[in-house]
Write a protein of this length. Structure first.
Length: 433
């Protein structure tokens, strides 16, 4: 069903109120709720924090916008608090990290498939194998430190497979910049997709920067430091797709439109009835923010907001298991995106990669090698030509009882601390020596 931003005025900004108790709702269940419920929560929190960050930056350079932006930021702050507090306390920091990487994979894959611009879609597909690799390494770390199976978080929606090796992620800054879309000719959905990717990556970067120092394990600290650096590169890559010619108020309008779109996607796809009422309420709030930005756009720039919001949304962002897309993207994106002929040639500067010691054998098997490049045309040929098939078939969704039993079994290991197999082998070889 199509969704138009102009059909409803939403809730007026002066009617958007919160209480402290209202901001702390019942959190999602790690074992009983669907994994995509948590994906929606993390995605929305990233959009809210991006809106707050942008609102502060815009207020520094636009005196006439300071009051309306301050009013909107107050509500955005409370919305971000309520949404972020939906993550239950029984998620360890490392389990939450695995959930963040699941968001990165599923959202990036969904955006790549919905993107109307072929070049921008190629950019998303180029970044996707790196997110797959991050999930693979954090899943190994979760097994090493806590003895838990990451599939208890992922619920088998997302494959844990090697992606592009992390040692190949560290590129020179000039090689991170992409050709921006043209604000005058780009599809409205392309602008929203770019903002969504920036918000998601920025949130992951900030989370890893804050959580990484809390680990005592040296390998965990190194891994968080390395992947936080790569996430900063991803932010650079995706924000370079934004047109720098857009005015501050035009960007504000797009931020509000992106939030409306994703709250609408949450309402359409949420399976938790309690959370659906929250998404419906915040969709009304965001529509109020959007129309507030529209009025400012008319008064300041003397332009019609329909010039920016040039089309309706054909449907919600399709958040479902993107296993086939993630596998195929690795084989189709071994090289950086190819820019149009008008884009200056990419620098041949050598990538400034970190030392090889960062990619340790305890996180990546030394025997693995990437699959050969192939010319597959779609998911039907992936299993044959693009990717080694899993050792055994994996169900689309494990039952809640199986999920609960598997999680319980990982919480007790007797008096013997859990050791990653690679670590145990290394200790035995050291003892023999």
């Amino acid at each position: 069903m199509a969704f138009s931003l102009f059909d409803s005025k939403g809730t007026d900004i002066d009617e958007q109120r919160f209480t402290w108790r209202d901001m702390v709702q019942k959190p999602v269940s790690k074992l009983d709720d669907d994994a995509f419920t948590r994906i929606l929560v993390i995605l929305i929190n990233g959009l809210e924090t991006e809106a707050l960050r942008f609102g502060h930056m815009a207020a520094r350079f636009n005196r006439e916008l300071r009051l309306p932006l301050a009013k909107v930021r107050r509500t955005e702050q409370h919305q971000a608090t309520l949404v972020n507090w939906l993550i239950a306390a029984d998620h360890s920091p490392l389990e939450t990290t695995v959930a963040y990487e699941q968001v990165a994979i599923e959202v990036t894959a969904a955006i790549a498939q919905s993107e109307p611009d072929p070049y921008l879609a190629q950019v998303y597909r180029f970044g996707l194998p790196e997110e797959v690799d991050h999930l693979y390494r954090y899943a190994a770390l979760l097994d090493r430190l806590e003895g838990k199976d990451a599939n208890n978080i992922l619920q088998s929606y997302t494959d844990i497979l090697p992606g592009r090796p992390t040692s190949e992620h560290h590129r020179a800054p000039e090689d991170e910049l992409r050709e921006p879309y043209n604000a005058g000719t780009a599809a409205f959905l392309s602008k929203v997709n770019a903002l969504t990717s920036v918000a998601s990556e920025y949130q992951a970067h900030d989370y890893y920067q804050n959580i990484g120092p809390l680990f005592s394990d040296p390998l965990a600290r190194q891994l968080y430091a390395e992947i936080a650096s790569v996430e900063e590169q991803h932010v650079t890559q995706y924000e370079s797709m934004l047109d720098p010619a857009e005015s501050w108020i035009e960007q504000w309008l797009l931020h509000e439109a992106a939030e409306c779109y994703h709250y609408y996607s949450c309402v359409e796809q949420e399976t938790n009835h309690h959370l659906r009422t929250i998404w419906e309420r915040f969709l009304d709030y965001e529509l109020g923010h959007f129309h507030m930005a529209c009025e400012a756009f008319k008064q300041v720039e003397r332009r019609d907001p329909a010039e920016i919001v040039s089309s309706d949304f054909a449907g919600p962002l399709a958040l479902r298991s993107q296993r086939d897309c993630a596998r195929c993207s690795w084989t189709k994106s071994r090289c950086a995106p190819t820019a149009p002929a008008s884009w200056p040639g990419r620098s041949k500067a050598r990538s400034r990669s970190a030392t090889a010691a960062w990619s340790t054998p305890t996180v990546r098997p030394a025997t693995w090698s990437p699959p050969a490049m192939c010319g597959c045309r779609g998911p039907s040929s992936i299993a044959k030509a693009c990717w080694p098939p899993p050792a055994s078939p994996r169900p689309e969704r494990i039952s809640q009882q199986e999920n609960r039993d598997a999680y319980s079994s990982t919480r007790t290991h007797g008096n013997e601390p859990h050791r990653h197999p690679d670590v145990a082998d290394r200790q035995q070889s050291d003892a023999g020596a």
